[in-house]
Ligand binder design. Structure first.
Ligand SMILES: [Zn+2]
Length: 311
């Protein structure tokens, strides 16, 4: 058994305006860093189907993204920092489709766990609104697919991106069998993620970190808050919203994590998945805007997934 790597060239064709941090070069840096890692099983992501998208999103949002007709070289603005280009709709469909395919490959016994090297990212996309560089909530689409197609009940998402995943929280809020836990800088965009946001049944767990917090504060938040709650939830599948913008070198935020912190968090999550659900973990790329830190952090994360995929 091994780790799957899910990606598609269409993810290069979501183009953002000049100077935008969420840029094509991010995915190139990630794939270049993963290329020398031996033993990954590579998959070409399909497009997510409409039914999978509609489990997580309102039809008006899905239609607005799929039906967008944007001439080559132009941008359709969604909000101050989110836009679509000619290739964005297919990129978004492949990004969500990667997570869906990773779920299917794990539950078919082809791989133990998987990493989706995709863009646009997803965790800010709410049920009815694209925002924060995100068009569709890739991880939420995959999580709800695991339920609809495979009959799993208790599904967890852990999000260590430096920003709070308001979109995943929004989609999971009213369902006690969907668990979302996040460490993130607070205050910071998008402004949600205070400790008092708990969901309908304590199924949302927010562990905000003050600007300047580093390895010690992050690991304490994981050990005292995120991991015990995940254990109590007893997940049947674990998803990771893997953003690497909490790295000290990242230009968009001011946490001080290093590659070793991401590797450590990945190990802890894989350990819980091994105890509760045969190691089933799908991780999907969210943020990370310093290309060097993004590449080295992603490689550290995927090396742990690979190491944990061998029983
Ligand atoms: Zn982020």
């Amino acid at each position: 058994m091994t780790t799957g790597l899910f990606t598609h060239a269409a993810c290069f064709h979501h183009v953002t305006p000049p100077g935008h941090p969420e840029r094509v070069e991010r995915l190139k840096a990630v794939l270049a860093a993963l290329d020398p890692i031996p033993g990954l099983r590579r998959f070409e992501a399909p497009k997510a189907d409409r039914a999978a998208l509609l489990a997580a999103h309102e039809e008006t949002l899905v239609d607005a993204i799929l039906d967008a007709k944007i001439p080559d070289g132009e941008f359709a603005r969604i909000d101050a920092d989110t836009s679509m280009s000619h290739g964005s709709a297919e990129a978004a469909l492949r990004a969500a489709g990667a997570v869906v395919q990773a779920v299917d490959a794990i539950l078919a016994g082809e791989i133990t766990n998987g990493f989706c090297a995709v863009r646009p990212p997803g965790h800010h996309a709410e049920r009815g609104r694209a925002m924060g560089f995100c068009l569709l909530n890739n991880v939420a689409v995959g999580a709800l697919h695991a339920r609809a197609r495979h009959g799993l009940e208790r599904i967890a998402v852990v999000d260590f991106d430096v920003h709070h995943g308001n979109g995943t929280q929004d989609i999971f809020w009213n369902d006690a069998n969907l668990f979302y836990a996040s460490t993130h800088q607070f205050p910071l965009y998008p402004g949600t993620g205070s400790r008092s946001e708990r969901g309908v049944a304590g199924n949302i767990v927010n562990a905000p970190l003050a600007p300047g917090a580093g390895s010690d504060e992050f690991r304490t938040a994981f050990e005292d808050t995120v991991l015990p709650a995940l254990e109590r939830f007893s997940p049947q599948f674990v998803f990771v919203s893997a953003g690497f913008d909490a790295h000290a070198a990242d230009p968009l935020a001011s946490l001080e994590l290093r590659e070793g912190d991401f590797a450590w968090a990945t190990e802890r999550l894989c350990d819980i998945a091994a105890q509760h659900c045969a190691g089933r973990v799908v991780s999907s790329l969210e943020g990370g805007y310093d290309l060097h830190a993004l590449a080295s952090s992603t490689a550290a994360h995927v090396r742990v997934l690979l190491q944990e995929s061998v029983p």
